[in-house]
Write a new protein. Structure first.
Length: 215
């Protein structure tokens, strides 16, 4: 994406349009440049984009093989917004879900919460907890996809918006919910459905009453 943005910026800087559907595949467009330097840069950008697109296909094939081999990846993909690429990355980074005591610890690791600095009843700053930026990007991206789906996650977002929550805060809240679901699926080797949270409540109640898991 960075290479594509750079390519478009060079064209636009020279007053050339970039709105055609097959723009990134049309290497003949470099002939439109009168500036030799711009032409040279764009030729190389086209070649790099072509190379990276081919590499992307190789990675996708590898991810598909992982999907067949590893159940946690398949489980994660049942969550709305979690694609095969996102599921592979989550599984690779989290690796051992048991190391996270609860969802709050996991949110911090995913950089989805901020640490409030308070003294004498006054807040003098806040900072994001150190963690893995990749996971934050994945769960935020997953939230954006889930918000366009027909699921309880979208209903959750719309309920927050109806209460006056800003779009940004509501999106982060959905991202945190997806992160919680992902951690739960990895820990319990479960798959997701729209009644999953009710299932977890019943499971927890069963454990409290009987002292063991009947599910």
């Amino acid at each position: 994406m960075r290479f594509k943005n750079r390519l478009k910026s060079v064209f636009r800087a020279n007053g050339l349009k970039t709105d055609e559907n097959d723009f990134y595949k049309n290497k003949e467009r470099v002939k439109e440049f009168k500036n030799d330097s711009a032409r040279f840069v764009c030729e190389n950008l086209f070649h790099q984009i072509e190379f990276l697109e081919a590499e992307k296909i190789k990675y996708l094939e590898w991810f598909k093989n992982n999907q067949k081999k590893y159940r946690p990846i398949r489980n994660l993909m049942t969550i709305p917004g979690i694609s095969i690429i996102r599921a592979n990355i989550i599984t690779a980074i989290v690796c051992q879900p048991a190391r996270f005591k609860n969802k709050h610890n996991f949110w911090g690791y995913c950089m989805l919460v901020r640490h409030i600095q308070e003294s004498g009843g006054k807040i003098y700053g806040n900072k994001r907890v150190h963690g893995r930026r990749e996971l934050r990007d994945i769960f935020i991206g997953g939230a954006e996809s889930a918000m366009r789906s027909d699921s309880t996650l979208r209903d959750y977002y719309e309920a927050l918006r109806a209460k006056g929550t800003s779009h940004k805060d509501a999106k982060v809240a959905v991202a945190r919910k997806i992160a919680s679901l992902a951690l739960s699926l990895l820990k319990n080797n479960d798959t997701y459905n729209d009644n999953y949270e009710e299932y977890l409540k019943e499971r927890k109640l069963c454990f409290i009453i009987f002292g063991k898991d009947f599910f």
